[in-house]
Design a protein. Structure first.
Length: 403
């Protein structure tokens, strides 16, 4: 057994997948409340990788695998961006042979290995009573697996794409939207100075919320999203119309990284190397669209070509400190998790629904895919957000729904 001094029980926290602003505030909130309630808190490093690589031996150096959290530790980082526990895209149910830890290579020799037995063993070694994973649908899908294996799990949704089912809001989304609006507006000065069309590529593999909300807020004239394969000639025509109506002779389109147009068979990838969840790294659709617009533009501009500016915001929207919402919601989510633990409840996902904090069965994460309802919110003729009324809509409009 690990040399850990138990109190009321032990709660372990981990962060998995991409970093977002708001993770450290969530870790801080959980830790402060848990200590107050008499629990010891462990921070598991590097997401699921820390648990996978931990050596259950008192003589082993596991200092890089977990840390006992204190008020002093979490207060130092609790208001900052990123995750001081670090993260990874490790999927313990599908570990490639080359990523099997050295001390386990004699037991796991397949090309792809389900190492859930090791995760369960190491949770037992650490004496973990409750596990709180903070992550997106990939991280939380594995959390569902652990819950099915008997682990007491309370999950917290996190992702800039805001596409975890069961909740209107995921940590990181507001900061992403805020940064997208601010940076797109900053780029307008160059677009206007050169009278060009500005093409801004942003995150959004399967869901277009990160493109829809800034466009609705006025940051762009048009947006293209993963949920709808658009016509590039139509987009070009619309952007030329927008440019002509603008006294400064420029227009703006936001492009989700997972967007595709007619004639494309797949998304645009930076490389075809895939992570353990089967995802290849996206990136480059903005450049492709930008070049197509430039080529097609003479058709809608009396034979004259219009130049473009292509900018990928990438990690700029996920780095740095959280905004107000991503400071408040993580604090609330952390305390909601502790509320459930204090009641002896587990197997839940803490959520925001219809403007109220709540919780849902954790398996809602694997029950469906959360994407933009294009019938209700996206005008496929005009390639921009569409809405009839804001009355009774959630804070971020099209991010709600029946779960």
């Amino acid at each position: 057994m690990a040399n850990i001094n138990h109190k009321k029980g032990t709660i372990a926290i981990l962060t998995g997948g991409g970093d977002v602003p708001g993770l450290n505030p969530a870790i801080r909130a959980i830790t402060l409340r848990a200590i107050q309630e008499g629990y010891q808190v462990l921070g598991l490093r590097h997401g699921w990788a820390g648990l996978l690589e931990l050596i259950p031996d008192p003589q082993a150096d596991n200092s890089d695998k977990y840390i006992v959290l204190t008020e002093e530790i979490v207060n130092k980082s609790g208001r900052t961006g990123g995750t001081f526990l670090h993260t990874s895209r490790t999927n313990p149910s599908k570990v490639p042979l080359e990523f099997v830890p050295e001390h386990l290579q004699d037991k796991f020799k397949h090309k792809e290995n389900d190492m859930t037995s090791i995760i369960l063993k190491n949770l037992g070694y650490l004496g973990v009573d409750y596990l709180i994973p903070i992550g997106g649908d990939d991280t939380l899908t594995y959390a569902v697996r652990l819950y099915q294996e008997g682990v007491k799990v309370i999950a917290i949704p996190k992702t800039m794409d805001n596409d975890v089912p069961g909740t209107d809001y995921c940590i990181g989304f507001s900061t992403c939207i805020t940064r997208t609006i601010n940076m797109t507006n900053t780029l307008r000065t160059s677009a206007g100075s050169h009278e060009r069309i500005l093409v801004v590529e942003i995150f959004g593999r399967y869901a277009g919320f990160t493109a829809m909300l800034p466009t609705m807020a006025g940051a762009a004239n048009r947006c293209v999203i993963p949920e709808y394969k658009f016509n590039i000639e139509k987009l070009t025509e619309l952007l030329l119309e927008d440019r002509f109506r603008n006294p400064s002779r420029y227009s703006v389109v936001l492009v989700s990284e997972g967007a595709t147009f007619d004639g494309m068979e797949d998304m645009v990838f930076q490389s075809h190397e895939r992570d353990m969840y089967g995802h290849a790294k996206l990136g480059g659709i903005g450049v492709a669209i930008s070049e197509k617009i430039k080529t097609i533009s003479p058709q809608f501009n009396n034979g004259k070509k219009i130049n473009t500016i292509s900018q990928q915001l990438g990690y700029l929207v996920r780095g740095g400190d959280p905004d107000a919402i991503d400071s408040i919601v993580p604090m609330a989510y952390g305390n909601l998790a502790l509320d459930l633990i204090m009641k002896g409840i587990h197997g839940r996902l803490v959520v925001l629904r219809n403007g109220r904090y709540d919780n849902a069965p954790i398996d809602v994460v694997v029950g469906s895919r959360k994407v933009v309802d294009i019938r209700k919110y996206y005008n496929t003729d005009r390639l921009r957000p569409h809405y009839k009324s804001f009355e009774f809509q959630p804070l971020f409009i099209m991010t709600g729904g029946a779960f």
